[in-house]
Design a protein around this ligand. Structure first.
Ligand code: NAP
Length: 306
């Protein structure tokens, strides 16, 4: 085997698994994707990760996680994993250039923003359509933007955008927000934020770049043209598990099914972080599961030897 353990994914779950596995002297390779950007990295201000009462920038936090994993000996490569194959014993991890073998795997591939699937979304992507305010917010200085969604991401992005935009309209399909109460309170108190309740975006319009959206009121079915310079789509996430095909059981939404110790039904394959079926998706839970998965994996490897 090339490695005792290969971790797929370089977010908080994968990096914490790297720290724990390498400290246990498990020979570990972490494969980071260059196309999938870790959600924490694109979060400007994380204020619920313990130990940072003033909050912490997501990019800086994840850089620290990575330094810590490197310090203890985790090796890193950037590649896209295409497939996992069982070899008995162990596993093959197939990337576009090379195939690696490992006795065990921790899948920590996270989740990516969902699309809205409306006309104009692809046409204006990067020209007013964005999925990340931290990445693109500064482009909208003194402009009007809309944020679609009513969860934590939508509210955090809307609040962040008020630093730049002159007005932020949150378009939500119901009459109650899903996001955490503290974020709701801040959004209601912010004079730059307005909320369009019971409303959905049916089309993104413009020529060359976004000039507006068509909004449908789901109670009256009335459609209005709304002028704006940008649209931030924050309607949830899809797990990055497509490459697994039938390698491990997934739920109907594509999240990996695993037990309390992060073990899937396949011996030697563990899951951690946002790609895993579970109740709460946070940096702190991803890190906790990374530690659990690495510890359970260490036990698994020891049992293979004895
Ligand atoms: P989410 O909680 O699934 O919320 C998605 C929002 O988008 C919901 O309000 C949903 O409406 C709406 N929505 C879904 N599909 C839609 C569609 N096709 N058209 C219009 N609206 C649609 O997703 P999230 O806000 O990205 O959060 C994901 C996870 O990360 C959650 O567990 C969240 O708590 C966590 N998170 C936490 C923080 C934090 O703690 N600071 C920050 C960001 C994210 P309904 O409400 O009607 O379903």
């Amino acid at each position: 085997m090339d490695y005792d353990l290969i971790i797929i994914g370089g977010g908080p779950a994968g990096l914490t698994a790297g720290i724990y596995a390498s400290r246990a002297r498990v020979k570990t390779l972490l494969i980071e994707s260059f196309s999938v950007i870790c959600q924490a990295v694109t979060t400007d201000h994380i204020e619920n990760y313990p130990g940072f009462p003033e909050g912490v920038n997501g990019f800086e936090l994840i850089e620290k996680f990575k330094k810590q994993a490197e310090k203890f000996g985790t090796e890193f490569i950037a590649a896209e994993v295409k497939e996992i194959k069982e070899t008995k014993p162990g596993w093959q991890i197939v990337t576009e250039d090379k195939t690696y073998t490992a006795s065990s795997i921790i899948i920590a591939t996270g989740a990516s923003p969902k699309r809205l699937d409306v006309p104009g979304e692809d046409k204006f992507r990067g020209r007013g359509v964005s999925y990340c305010a931290t990445c693109d917010g500064a482009l909208f200085k003194n402009k009007e933007v809309v944020v679609v969604g009513g969860g934590d991401t939508a509210l955090e992005e809307a609040l962040f955008l008020t630093r730049f935009a002159k007005k932020v309209t949150v378009i939500h399909r119901r009459n109650a927000l899903r996001g955490t109460k503290i974020l709701q309170e801040r959004s209601f108190a912010n004079k730059k934020i307005e909320i369009a309740w019971d409303s959905v975006v049916t089309e993104i319009t413009g020529s060359g770049k976004v000039a507006g959206v068509k909004i449908k009121n789901v109670k009256t079915n009335a459609i209005t043209d709304f002028s704006c310079d940008g649209i931030f789509i924050c309607v949830g996430y899809t797990p990055n598990t497509g490459f697994l095909k039938d390698a491990v059981p997934l739920d109907e939404a594509g999240y990996i099914i695993s037990d309390d110790n992060c073990l899937t039904s396949k011996a030697g394959i563990f899951a951690a972080g946002d790609c895993r079926k579970k109740l709460l998706r946070q940096v702190v839970t991803a890190a906790g599961e990374g530690a659990t998965a690495a510890f359970a994996c260490q036990r698994y490897l020891e049992n293979q030897i004895s």
